[in-house]
Design a binder for this molecule. Structure first.
Ligand SMILES: [Zn+2]
Length: 427
């Protein structure tokens, strides 16, 4: 078995040599490896990379002669991080004014330039993959940023993008401007079953990997502490969005904060619940039954709660309680931060790992939520999320032990994406 594999690898290698494209071979010596799937870290491991892929991971081992060796012998190596909820075209959204300023005073080209900067920041923090969940008024600029990164024009994580997101007419900011003005909108307004199908087709034709819609809007606590919400689409409309997306082999993310919005999104058949503060025991069971992921975005909640006031601080507390319950129920939790809802320059999105550990995950569970579980959500299980032969060579290193101190993940010192070293502060 192993011999056959080796033969295949060398055939591949020599065919590339014949074509004049010799893939770069690099060996990485890892003092400690958290590979994204093993229960415990592995000590003293040699990871060999050829071109953009990991070709072998061996305990001990010596690097073949002539191969460049990167010594991370005093560090912990992990799979590149994946954030499943970001907004690269946004830079802070604590107040309505902050949001409106970006839509009304910044051109889409300007925002796209900042998005390229944000992507670079994310990569430098160890995020080699992201699902960017709507452009907030910047139309299809996420498709362009994704393309520029994929073509190697600018550095950044691999992206899956959702383009414009959807709400019914009039249900998304900017709000409160004179009716005489033709205002830009943060999302695409979509009405009726036919309108829903057309919007999905339009977004997919322009490059959407995911469809995102807003299941709910305004939220309110009732007397017994349950977080209710105003559901935005009719069931028929929401089902049409999901059905059409699935028919075109795209998955659907629903913004759903209150229990009513979460229930409506689950009835419609979505694949991921975003935020989900108002989860209840029965909704958690339903998510487990349907295999739906929860993307909690705790970092943004904690960051905007003091500035927004109102129900926000209480919602952050509720989400903390629900996090522990969801773990017990066995809900699949994928790391997502809502970066862009907070300024990329101010907060490192890896802070989310710290919250998950504080809220009840073991450090290893927290790491998996932002590596292998996130990769599974993106449909990349065979390509990313763990460090093993055949996967993309996307890996990071920290100098301490993140199993003892999860905040180490906010101090990434080494980043390799696609087999190329982007950052190395450990040499
Ligand atoms: Zn968001």
């Amino acid at each position: 078995m192993r011999r056959t594999h080796a033969l295949l690898v060398s055939c591949f290698f020599f065919s590339l040599v014949a074509a004049g494209q010799v893939p770069t071979r690099i060996a990485i010596r890892a003092g400690r490896l958290i590979d994204g799937k093993s229960e415990k870290p592995l000590e003293n491991v040699l990871i060999q990379v050829e071109g953009d892929k990991v070709v072998s991971v061996t305990s001990g081992g010596t690097a073949p002669a002539g191969v460049q060796v990167i010594d991370l012998g005093n560090a912990t190596v992990l799979p590149g991080f994946i954030d499943t909820h970001t907004h690269i075209l946004l830079h802070g959204d604590t107040t309505r004014e902050e949001y409106a300023d970006q839509l009304l005073k910044e051109s889409i080209p300007f925002r796209a330039i900042l998005a390229a900067r944000n992507a670079q920041l994310a990569l430098s923090h160890g995020f080699t993959g992201m699902r960017d969940l709507e452009t907030e008024g910047a139309m299809y600029a996420d498709v362009d940023v994704k393309k520029a990164i994929a073509n190697g024009e600018v550095p950044g994580p691999r992206l899956q993008v959702a383009t414009r997101a959807m709400t019914p007419t009039g249900m998304y900011p900017p709000f409160g401007y004179s009716w005489e003005l033709k205002m830009p909108t943060g999302v695409q307004y979509v009405d009726g079953v036919d309108g829903a199908r057309i919007a999905v087709r339009e977004q997919v034709s322009h490059g959407a990997d995911w469809i995102k819609y807003y299941s709910d809007g305004r939220v309110d606590f009732d007397a017994d502490g349950r977080l209710h919400s105003e559901v935005l689409f009719t069931d028929e409309e929401a089902k049409a969005i999901v059905e059409e997306a699935h028919r075109l082999r795209k998955k659907v993310a629903a913004h759903a904060v209150g229990s009513d919005g979460i229930a409506a999104a689950l009835r419609a058949g979505v694949d991921t619940i975003e935020h989900g503060d108002g989860l209840t025991d029965s909704l958690m069971d339903e998510m487990v039954r349907r295999g739906v992921y929860w993307v909690p975005t705790i970092t943004v909640g904690a960051y905007v709660a003091p500035g927004r006031g109102g129900n926000w601080p209480k919602m952050a507390d509720l989400e903390r309680d629900n996090f522990g319950k969801a773990l017990k129920h066995g809900v699949k939790i994928a790391l997502g931060t809502d970066a862009g809802g907070f300024d990329w320059k101010v907060l490192n999105q890896a802070k989310e790992f710290e919250y998950y550990a504080q809220y009840g995950m073991t450090p290893m569970q927290a790491i998996r939520s932002g590596t292998s579980v996130a990769a599974e959500l993106l449909g990349w299980s065979d390509k990313a999320g763990t460090i093993e032969a055949g996967k993309w060579a996307d890996l990071v290193a920290v100098s301490g032990d993140p199993l003892r101190d999860i905040t180490e993940l906010q101090r990434v010192k080494f980043v390799m994406k696609n087999g190329a070293v982007f950052k190395n502060e450990l040499h």
